[in-house]
Design a protein around this ligand. Structure first.
Ligand SMILES: *Cc1c(COP(=O)(O)O)cnc(C)c1O
Length: 340
């Protein structure tokens, strides 16, 4: 019996990809599977996304690109980088495409020039007048989306102006949020990450955008005890019972990606929402119970209506950071792939 179980539903990946390609009006969907597929497992997610119509894979590091190449020999793979100098040759040998953010374009490898249209991060602010022939794409990235659509529109217009003389190249700027809210950003391809995992780029309920969560995370109660008034649970005695209180201990903690700042969030215990109380430990957290429950009672941390977005709100972060932090180390958690 594992301490917790992560279930990855590849059917949900496929449905999300189809839902997204359905609005793209001919632009290609490229699946972003960096950071081990936002914690979901890049190899499995990439396979499902390609099967559902994604036309390329996007990663950040050379190692991620090489992993994808080993699994998918014919796939189009873009390493968004930046790469360090010695890595370009290996990218070339592996048939990876690379993003370049300065005027020094390496030869013999397919290059996407990265333009800074307002993100203030990697990228050229002006385009070379005549990009070399191995440049196949022009890309940029949006700094704002739902929170400031006007700024995003300005970036899109800047991108349109800068790239207009090179409309023969593959132009791409949109990520998930723009795919769902800003059709003028579609150009030739979009780079979708968070939405293919069925998570909301706006921190809302993904169902509102027709997306279905891919990750389910479950565990079980491993201890149930009655605290008497004045007794506490966990480090620092941050939860002290004011009346006789049943608590359940769940063998999942911050080493598993259940962050210390998620105290107060809710999980399902025997199908009912229960609050997480006290300090979250490295290897466990506590919930209060309405009654005595058996050891072994199922606990759903993510799934059955409990959203990653809710946990993110409690932790004052974004859903991206929560799933990237979920630990799928086999020595702690079991990972199960289903195709529902
Ligand atoms: C991560 C990333 C994306 C994907 O963003 P989502 O919001 O997850 O869709 C797209 N483009 C670049 C450059 C990225 O780094």
């Amino acid at each position: 019996m594992h301490r917790s179980e992560l279930t990855i539903d590849l059917g949900a990946v496929r449905r999300n990809v189809k839902r997204l390609t359905g609005v793209l009006d001919g632009a290609d969907l490229w699946a972003v599977v960096k950071a081990d597929g936002y914690g979901h497992g890049a190899v499995d997610v990439a396979g499902a996304a390609l099967g559902a119509g994604a036309r390329a894979l996007c990663v950040v590091t050379l190692a991620e690109g090489l992993e994808m190449r080993a699994e998918y020999p014919t796939a189009r793979i873009l390493v968004m980088g930046p790469l360090i100098p010695g890595e370009v040759a290996r990218a070339r040998e592996a048939g990876l495409e690379i993003a370049v953010a300065d005027a020094d374009i390496p030869e013999g490898v397919r290059v996407h020039i990265k333009l800074d249209t307002g993100m203030g991060r990697f990228g050229l602010t002006e385009l070379l007048s005549a990009p070399p022939r191995n440049v196949v794409g022009l890309m940029s990235h949006l700094a704002t989306t739902a929170d400031d659509l006007d700024f995003a529109r300005k970036q899109v217009e800047r991108f349109r102006e800068l790239t207009a003389p090179h409309a023969d190249l593959t132009r791409h700027i949109a990520a998930s949020a723009a795919v769902l809210r800003l059709p003028e950003a579609f150009f030739d391809a979009v780079r979708c990450g968070i939405a293919i995992y069925g998570l909301s780029p706006f921190g809302e309920d993904p169902a509102g955008d027709g997306l279905e969560p891919v990750l389910r995370w479950e565990s079980r109660l491993t201890q149930v005890k009655l605290l008497q008034p004045g007794e506490s649970t966990g480090y620092g005695r941050r939860f002290i019972a004011s009346e006789p209180t049943w608590i359940g201990l769940v063998p999942v903690g911050y080493a598993d990606g259940f962050r210390r700042d998620m105290t107060g969030t809710e999980v399902l215990v025997a199908g009912e929402r229960r609050p997480v109380v006290g300090t979250i430990s490295m290897d466990s957290f506590a919930v209060t119970l309405e009654r005595e429950l058996l050891v072994g009672t199922p606990v759903v941390i993510v799934g059955d209506g409990v959203l990653v977005e809710e946990h993110a709100r409690v932790a004052d972060t974004i859903n991206y950071e929560i799933t990237c932090g979920v630990c799928s180390d086999r020595r702690r958690a079991r990972r199960v792939i289903v195709d529902g």
